[in-house]
Design a protein around this ligand. Structure first.
Ligand SMILES: Nc1ncnc2c1ncn2[C@@H]1O[C@H](COP(=O)(O)OS(=O)(=O)O)[C@@H](OP(=O)(O)O)[C@H]1O
Length: 356
């Protein structure tokens, strides 16, 4: 007679090999359900989703955090990268499911067009640094939202990790030093400075890219071209008077709490400048020259592996724009204008930046 399970009595069924199979299947099903459940739980901590939710918050908060003011710098490369699940081996720098949001202990406060984005992107490679990508503009434009709002923008950090943000307009905001000091007198401040003449041209180039009809750099530079009087009320000129702005910060912070990074050296020797920054932040020198390569097409140093990725990463196309040619006489006039302020700045910081 042929073997047929149908013919087996219920007792024979529950005590035979079929029982073993059923138990095994049930266990497998339970394991599968458990794995599915854990995946749903952990997926909510994938940074891409966090970025999206913080973006939603930013939109609710008025929208200007979406743009990377002063430059609406979308940094699309990063956005796309962060919306993907982290690649294997990169979880540690991304594992922000645990920990808590803290107010920043260190802030890149300036200067606009100094190289602040490059510095922040490079610093984010460090496992002990967690930074918010967009510029919060808390101490200039969003102060009335309060510290809880500001803290909520920050990524979660674990014990020993440093929370950071960058908003280059703080350096020239009169109220910023008092406000940051009121948050914490221990906040470490970082200023990326760049030759004020090149910085002014870079600033102008950015505006020109958005408003192609603006007057020429030369005509905006002077109050009166014939007398050669410089228009110091033009923000592109005003921002570069570093000594004046620094005076304001020194009313609230000792010099030892402010680190000046050379925007020029950040390009020619990124690892060297990053070494100084890591020392200043009290961190192990983890970011070294092994992290960088010079990208010939971009004309700038780029990361061999950006945070959360195993792929090389250069900054977006709003960084490293081609500047228009400026009348050399005007450039010279600006050099003469800035010289005394630069000298004062070198004296104050004890650092010769070599802009003359
Ligand atoms: N590695 C790397 N890649 C690309 N660009 C780099 C880099 N390091 C420094 N820079 C210089 O950064 C300048 C932009 O400065 P910021 O990021 O501070 O600009 S902003 O204030 O946030 O708009 C930008 O100015 P422009 O060259 O005038 O575009 C760059 O010269």
């Amino acid at each position: 007679m042929e073997y047929s399970p149908v013919r087996l009595s219920p007792h024979a069924f529950w005590s035979g090999p079929a029982k073993k199979k059923l138990v095994l299947l049930s266990i497998m099903f339970l394991v599968w359900v458990y794995m599915l459940y854990s995946c749903v739980g952990s997926c909510s901590t994938v940074p891409g989703l966090l970025v999206d939710s913080s973006r939603a918050r930013q939109r609710e908060a008025g929208g200007d955090l979406l743009t990377n003011e002063p430059e609406p710098e979308p940094d699309w490369d990063r956005d796309q990268r962060e919306q993907r699940a982290p690649e294997p081996g990169t979880m540690s720098s991304f594992s922000n499911g645990s920990g808590s949001k803290k107010l920043p202990q260190a802030i890149i406060i300036g200067v606009k067009k100094g190289g602040t984005r490059a510095l922040l992107e490079f610093l984010r490679v460090h496992p002990d640094i967690r930074a918010v990508g967009a510029e919060p503009h808390f101490f200039d434009r969003n102060y009335e939202n309060g510290l809880d709002w500001y803290r909520d923008l920050m990524p979660k950090t674990l014990e020993g990790q440093i929370t950071m943000e960058k908003t280059p307009s703080y350096f020239v905001t009169r109220e910023a030093p008092a406000r940051i000091s009121a948050m914490s007198r221990d906040t470490k401040l970082i200023v990326v400075v760049r030759d004020p003449v090149t910085r002014a041209i870079s600033d102008y180039t950015q505006t020109l890219s958005k408003k192609p009809d603006i007057p020429s750099f030369e005509s905006l530079t002077f109050k009166n071209r014939t007398t050669g009087l410089i228009d110091t009320s033009w923000s592109a000129i005003q921002i570069g008077i570093y000594a004046k702005h620094l005076d304001n910060w020194l009313q609230y912070f000792p010099m030892e709490q402010i680190l000046f990074v050379s925007g020029e050296r950040l390009i020619s020797d990124p690892a060297g400048e990053l070494g100084r920054v890591q020392d200043f932040l009290g961190l192990k020198r983890i970011i070294t020259d092994k992290h960088f390569y010079f990208n010939q097409t971009k004309g700038f140093p780029c990361l061999k592996k950006a945070e959360g990725s195993s792929k090389p990463h250069c900054l977006g196309k709003t960084k490293g724009r081609t500047h228009p040619n400026i009348d050399p006489e005007v450039v010279q006039r600006l050099r003469d204008f800035y010289r005394p302020f630069n000298m004062k700045f070198y004296q104050m910081t004890g650092h010769h930046f070599g802009w003359d």
